[in-house]
Write a protein of this length. Structure first.
Length: 196
């Protein structure tokens, strides 16, 4: 069975929720999914300050911390992180910086890549974050699988690159049940690339 690694940085819990939904959807499609988090030494501080961060703190902390070696064992890698001013978070960037040697060795070349984000102000800023994650994948010679255009969904406002969740200024809007259609469509597409 081919392996997919979902790697998240989650503060409010929204990226954890999206990653969990994707994991469940891919497992239903017979994909071996591993779920990891990037290191965040300040997450406990956020959990003490903001109720939304506290809601999923323990769940997030149970995820194993990803290492570059875990990526090498994967056939597909999915990154998810919050958007900060149109970019990935510093914690995700710190992890990505540990993969420079793998990039130089082409260790991730020809692996599949997908991404998602949760953003506060607009899907436009989320789209920019997805672009920065995709740029990393391209530098590594990976094959990006976009969310694409889905006219069959009655109200799909997703960027083509991946999934973007609009959480609002206080991070209070959680991924809803309507978001499930997008997750299922993306999971169908992603699984088709690595099913045996």
């Amino acid at each position: 069975m081919k392996r997919c690694s979902i790697v998240v940085h989650s503060v409010s819990g929204n990226c954890f929720i999206i990653g969990s939904c994707l994991k469940e959807a891919l497992e239903k499609r017979n994909v071996d999914v591993r779920f990891y988090r990037v290191e965040d030494p300040d997450l406990h501080i956020w959990a003490n300050k903001e109720e939304t961060a506290n809601d999923y703190y323990e769940d997030i902390m149970t995820l194993p911390v990803v290492t570059p070696e875990k990526l090498i064992k994967s056939d597909m890698i999915i990154f998810g992180c919050p958007t900060v001013f149109g970019n990935m978070t510093a914690e995700m960037k710190t992890f990505i910086d540990t993969t420079v040697e793998m990039c130089e060795d082409h260790a991730l070349a020809d692996k599949f890549f997908a991404c998602f984000t949760s953003c506060r102000f607009s899907l436009c800023e989320g789209s920019r974050c997805l672009d920065s994650l995709i740029y990393w994948a391209q530098e590594n010679g990976m094959i990006h699988i976009p969310f694409g255009i889905h006219a069959e969904l009655p109200s799909c406002h997703q960027p083509v690159q991946g999934i973007a969740h609009l959480e609002g200024s206080e991070s209070l809007v959680r991924p809803s049940t309507q978001f499930g259609e997008e997750i299922d469509l993306y999971a169908d597409n992603l699984a088709s690339y690595i099913q045996e």
